[in-house]
Design a protein around this ligand. Structure first.
Ligand code: PMP
Length: 355
């Protein structure tokens, strides 16, 4: 079968060698004669997997040895919308609203205290990242979303504040060089640049915990999960192992420095086509364009039908925009190859002859 170019926003594609490694481990994990699906999460073999995954999760972002813990938890990023205020909110927190996922995080935090929405780009369909925000003193933390998966915008820098900074990095973690040590708590749903869905990775500076004054349910308590080494309850063994294979792949490639160059090239290729072709429009403001999720549309309605048909013929799939945003979205996560971007750009150019 010829190659399928999968631009899915998540769960997204992973490198072929990760699929192969995961498939092999389902049959026989490390020559043990046992399936990865059937080993104890407390076995020494799995503890070794977890420890290596925790080490890579931190070291790939330059956070190892800097007072952070790495957690592999269940519930996806949406669970962290809750765990963050549970653990960090005393009375009030600041949130920056740059899209649907930020809004959902805000809605969850409102149950725990006063949420100060410091800025929002909702007025222009989340096409930009608000700048020049004045962050008041005395907040328990500031929360932002580094990459807006749905509308295709991305932060270049880390916002500054005199309180802990929390970042939902679900859709651009491990994709670029970024000042992660300016962030006190990073969380991400695994299903983009980490591994299979159903897992969240939390990288937290230990010193910010234990200050909320709240009695926490144990499942919600980051300190409890740190104390138990992500084994408070049955861990998602298969997802963690597959994530380890993916983190190893990135490490061998040369880490975030190496993947950033590849990701920059992919994004450049696609945005150039969007800008060069007068029948295509980019949906995000140029200076805030995401290198992970490229959103675009066509000026004429009839072009969508042509594009859809040509994509199907070229084995290009999962390119429709999110249901709340409309248009199209090409997700260029780490495992997506330049070859796939070139196939998409080829279609965008060839459409000209069909108009
Ligand atoms: N935050 C961001 C930025 C996302 O892109 C997503 C999912 N695409 C989520 C949060 C929610 O993640 P989950 O489905 O794992 O709860």
């Amino acid at each position: 079968m010829s190659k399928v170019h999968n631009f899915c926003a998540g769960p997204c594609l992973l490198p072929d060698e990760v699929y192969r490694g995961a498939a092999e481990a389902v049959i026989d994990f490390n020559g043990s004669g046992l399936s990865i699906l059937s080993i104890s999460h407390r076995s020494k073999e799995f503890i070794a997997v977890l420890e290596e995954a925790q080490h890579l999760a931190l070291s790939l972002l330059g956070l190892e040895g800097k007072g952070y813990s790495a957690l592999f938890l269940q519930g996806g990023a949406s669970m962290e919308f809750l765990r963050v205020p549970y653990n960090l909110m005393k009375t009030k927190a600041g949130y920056i609203d740059t899209g649907n996922w930020s809004s959902k995080a805000i809605a969850q935090a409102q149950a725990f205290g006063e949420v100060n929405v410091l800025a929002s780009s909702k007025d222009r369909k989340y096409a930009y990242i608000p700048e020049g925000i004045v962050i008041p003193r005395g907040l328990d933390y500031v929360h932002y979303t580094s990459n807006n998966t749905i509308y295709g915008t991305q932060y270049r820098d880390v916002p500054q504040a005199d309180c802990p900074i929390v970042c939902d990095m679900s859709s651009d973690i491990y994709s670029r060089v970024y000042d992660c040590d300016k962030i006190d708590l990073i969380y991400a749903g695994a299903q983009k640049n980490i591994g299979p869905a159903g897992l969240s990775v939390v990288l937290v500076r230990d010193s910010i915990l234990g200050k909320s004054g709240r009695v926490l349910p144990q499942m919600m308590d980051y300190a409890e999960h740190i104390d138990k080494g992500s084994l408070y309850h049955t861990a998602n063994v298969f997802a963690i192992y597959t994530s380890l294979l993916n983190l190893r792949w990135l490490d061998r490639l040369g880490g975030v420095e190496a993947i950033e160059k590849i990701n920059n090239q992919k994004a450049r290729t696609l945005y150039r086509a969007i800008d060069d072709l007068d029948y295509v429009v980019g949906l995000a403001d140029v200076e805030y364009r995401s290198k992970m999720n490229v959103t675009f549309d066509f000026k004429e309605e009839q072009m969508k039908g042509i594009f859809d048909t040509m994509c199907a013929e070229a084995n290009i799939t999962n390119i429709k925009g999110h249901r709340v945003a409309g248009g199209y979205r090409a997700s260029l996560y780490n495992a997506l190859t330049q070859e796939s971007v070139d196939a998409l750009v080829g279609v965008l150019h060839e459409m000209k002859s069909k108009i």
